[in-house]
Design a protein around this ligand. Structure first.
Ligand SMILES: Cc1cc2nc3c(=O)[nH]c(=O)nc-3n(C[C@H](O)[C@H](O)[C@H](O)COP(=O)(O)OP(=O)(O)OC[C@H]3O[C@@H](n4cnc5c(N)ncnc54)[C@H](O)[C@@H]3O)c2cc1C
Ligand code: SF4
Length: 514
């Protein structure tokens, strides 16, 4: 941690509830209590604090500094449940989430896209969100882009997988462009998803949260909101907070924090749970429903040469060549202590993959979902998310695999690994590719991950369609709002963090007058 951040995170308004004995701090009445310090919560808190409001930001995780030096140890420290969060269905789909000050932005790849116009049109026609239009959002996007320094990725520090992919795309005159990312002076160390130790990635713990603390915000961490307190059954008046142990995450104490307006920003997978636990919107069938995730996968291309693709920007370039089919290609690379294990191979094939990991180029793709998942509870009342990959989406994944394999074969790679469980899943030549293409594949054959859960408390013009109105206020309540990925009404087709941040900026302006 540099001196500037050390000074900020050691101020008296930054409170580690696990060690704090000063109960006066929790006796105040805040203008706003924001729960969750990720893309939605951090942006909103900073904007409100800079308007002069008295804001408490409550975060279940700890401050991510000092950074760990290995990806594996970072995963244990920064990811919720050691990275084992996801959906039940065929296939089961891991959805990693951040649990630390800064939320999932600390462990994301830094890609920044504005919401596509056709998605805004859909929100207007299907959900009556007439005020959430391009004109109203322009300034919000521009403001966020300035705050987190959105720029084109620099090809000089791109990883070698991206160089290979650019070559195979451009020699066929297909687009392959640098992604826009929230970085400044990126050194290409390749660790974006495990905490950017150099501070180049302007995620929330580096950008918005320090500014909010300087503006007087109270940050309470190791603090898990258990329940929202209500007066007259519908008006938010405070939050019951479980103080959690920083490493075991077990409850060690309990406090109440009082506030006039409560904003839930726990992320798509957790915001509906907090509302349910608090008895809020429990009769609204949209609560916890409409989960979209952008199912994603990748292919690995083994080359003759050592390309050590974990060095350089992992997610630095993209292609929209199949955008009309709902497929976006984006770079992906994992460090050697994690990457070689996350593949559907076994025995000699797996050993070969491990041994030759340095020669492997990877490229990813994600699809705009045609299905929605939802939250339900098992017999022990534990929350589970179910999500079923549709056959249509499985065929899109197959289309992406075969499209990339086709291009890569022109370069005579040693072999190509497809992330499908049904064999043959290794392609050495065009005959193998033809066999792969003719093979019948069902959704459970695909090994997917997903990084963009959205929609479980979606905005709409009526409680029949959504959980919150266009001002993010939960229908049927007073002073209770939701502002995070769960507010996004539909799958975006592009990475969501910038849209979540722009909507949080917009909400900060609305809350001034409510
Ligand atoms: C590996 C990875 C790579 C990604 N790459 C990109 C990318 O390149 N570009 C992009 O646009 N998006 C990317 N994303 C997704 C993006 O980071 C998320 O969409 C975004 O951070 C979601 O913001 P949020 O505010 O909804 O939730 P989060 O950022 O997840 O923040 C929620 C916070 O709330 C806290 N919390 C939860 N429950 C409670 C509670 N009860 N009490 C207190 N605190 C609580 C959590 O600990 C967390 O810190 C990526 C995600 C992952 C996992
Ligand atoms: S590549 Fe390294 S320096 Fe660049 S943003 Fe990622 S973690 Fe930071």
């Amino acid at each position: 941690m540099n001196e500037y951040l050390f000074d900020i995170y050691n101020r008296p308004n930054v409170v580690n509830l696990a060690t704090n004995e000063n109960t006066n701090l929790t006796n105040s009445i805040f203008d706003f209590i924001v729960i969750g310090s990720g893309a939605g919560g951090a942006v909103l808190s900073k904007e409100l604090a800079e308007q002069g409001a008295k804001v408490a930001l409550i975060e279940e995780g700890a401050i991510p500094f000092p950074w760990e030096t290995s990806a594996f140890r970072s995963l244990l420290k920064l990811y919720r449940d050691n990275g084992f969060t996801g959906t039940i269905g065929k296939p089961m789909i891991p959805i990693p989430l951040g649990r630390c000050v800064g939320g999932t932005t600390v462990i994301n790849s830094g890609t920044c896209f504005r919401v596509p116009q056709k998605v805004l049109n859909l929100w207007e026609s299907e959900f009556g969100l007439v005020d959430i239009n391009n004109e109203n959002l322009q300034d919000c996007f521009s403001k966020v882009e300035r705050e987190i320094h959105v720029e084109d990725a620099d090809w000089n520090v791109m990883n070698k997988s991206s160089d290979f992919i650019r070559k195979i795309f451009t020699q066929k005159n297909l687009p392959c462009l640098p992604l826009r990312r929230n970085t400044y002076n990126c050194q290409g160390c390749g660790m974006c998803c495990y905490g950017c130790t150099s501070g180049a990635k302007k995620s929330m713990e580096i950008s918005y949260i320090p500014k909010a603390i300087q503006a007087g915000l109270f940050l309470f961490y190791n603090a898990r909101a258990k329940r929202i307190l209500l007066s007259d059954g519908k008006t938010g008046k405070g939050v019951v907070v479980d103080v959690v142990h920083p490493t075991t995450h077990k409850v060690i104490n309990k406090v109440e924090i009082k506030g006039k307006k409560i904003i839930v920003a726990c992320g798509t997978m957790l915001s509906p749970l907090l509302l349910k636990r608090s008895g809020i919107a429990i009769d609204n069938p949209n609560l916890g429903a409409h989960l979209t995730i952008h199912p994603a996968s990748k292919i690995s291309i083994e080359l003759e040469d050592n390309i050590s693709s974990w060095v350089g920007i992992p997610q630095g370039c993209y292609s929209t060549v199949l955008e009309d089919e709902g497929i976006i290609f984006e770079g992906v690379a994992m460090p050697p202590d994690l990457g070689p294990s996350a593949v559907p191979f076994s025995g000699n094939e797996l050993i070969h993959y491990w041994k030759n990991y340095k020669n492997i180029a990877t490229f990813g793709f994600m699809i705009k979902d045609s299905n929605e998942g939802s939250l339900r509870f098992n017999i022990k009342n534990q929350p589970i998310y179910s999500y079923q990959l549709t056959n249509t989406d499985a065929q899109k994944l197959k289309r992406a695999i075969t499209f990339l394999a086709e291009l890569a074969l022109d370069e005579n790679p040693v072999q190509i690994f497809a992330m499908v469980t049904k064999q043959p899943n290794i392609i050495k030549n065009r005959d193998d590719l033809n066999i792969f293409m003719k093979q019948e594949h069902v959704p459970s054959d695909f090994e997917c991950m997903a990084f963009h859960p959205l929609g479980t408390c979606r905005l709409a013009d009526s409680p029949e369609k959504g959980v919150c109105d266009s001002n993010h206020q939960v229908f049927g309540t007073k002073n209770i709002f939701v502002c995070d990925g769960s507010s996004i009404p539909t799958s975006l087709g592009v990475n969501p963090q910038l849209t979540i941040m722009a909507l949080a900026t917009r909400l900060s302006q609305i809350l001034k007058y409510l």
